[in-house]
Design a protein around this ligand. Structure first.
Ligand code: SF4
Length: 286
């Protein structure tokens, strides 16, 4: 059945499984690897924003097998509408819940624009809130709509909120970014004040203004991870070179020095600043 949300083409499917075991790749690149990922959609409603130009998810098999030939990145969302029920079933029968470290979501954003209508992420969080014995749940988003679920996230003892903030500049010539940076910084501040453990992902690090480090520190985030195109795209820059971003970029995106500068500035003032894959897969669990 086809349904539409704004200009996105929305398709609903019944999935067989919702927790995907992780055995290699970015999410396992650190001392504390993720054991599973959770993505209730293929595609992304933010795919036409500037992050969609360099987003690696559009190059992964998950998207290519799910999309139809006339569905471009940012034009379609294929939704596993039974995600909460599957999650409940998988957690209930898991024998190793204490070891489970879940990244939500590596191939889409769990706070899609349509989440306010569907509440699939909220219903998954309600499932997690029934279990207090997992090791880690990282909810990685760029959507300030996660504020709707802050009380729920705060009740999950192993949950972390990850907010992507690649830059604080509004004048970059790559197209629109929503939600805007101010709202994302404010969302992290609010989450940290509420007692939710928060991590900012400057991923990938784009050119930023001189006060960026200060603005990140002022949020109260407990961890900050810096990543770059060359180190973090999983192919030493090849994926980024093949992405629409390579044609848009007005600077040398292969040069890691701007990211390293930020890493050093932050590292001098904050005791939990981490780098790329080992940083993402380095969060201490409960
Ligand atoms: S929000 Fe994340 S998944 Fe969606 S297009 Fe941007 S980078 Fe990709």
């Amino acid at each position: 059945m086809m349904r539409y949300h704004q200009r996105m083409r929305i398709r609903y499917t019944q999935a067989k499984s919702i927790l995907t075991p992780q055995t290699r790749g970015f999410l396992t690149a650190g001392e504390r690897p993720y054991t599973h990922s959770l993505s209730w959609a293929a595609g992304c409603g933010y795919g036409k924003l500037y992050c969609g130009a360099f987003c690696y998810a559009q190059m992964l098999p998950n998207w290519h097998f799910a999309r139809r030939r006339d569905e471009g990145w940012g034009e379609a969302l294929i939704i596993k509408e039974n995600a909460p029920e599957l999650l409940q079933a998988q957690l209930a029968r898991a024998r190793n819940r204490r070891d489970m470290r879940i990244f939500m979501s590596p191939v889409t954003d769990p706070y899609q624009p349509i989440e306010r209508k569907l509440r699939l992420t909220r219903r998954c969080l309600e499932v997690f809130a029934r279990y207090d014995d997992l090791d880690l749940l990282l909810i990685q988003t760029r959507g300030s709509a996660m504020l709707d679920d802050l009380d729920l996230i705060a009740r999950i003892p192993y949950a972390w909120l990850g907010m992507t903030i690649e830059t604080d500049r509004h004048d970059l010539p790559y197209g629109p970014s929503q939600p805007n940076v101010e709202r994302r910084l404010a969302a992290v501040r609010q989450a940290a004040r509420r007692g939710v453990r928060t991590q900012i992902a400057v991923s990938p690090c784009l050119p930023y203004s001189p006060g960026f480090a200060e603005r990140l520190l002022a949020t109260g985030a407990q961890r900050i991870v810096i990543d770059t195109f060359a180190v973090g795209d999983g192919s030493r820059g090849k994926r980024t070179g093949n992405s629409p971003f390579a044609a848009l970029a007005d600077y040398d995106w292969r040069d890691d020095r701007i990211a390293l500068r930020l890493y050093q500035q932050l590292g001098a003032r904050h005791n939990a600043v981490a780098w790329s894959g080992p940083g993402f897969a380095g969060i201490l669990g409960r």
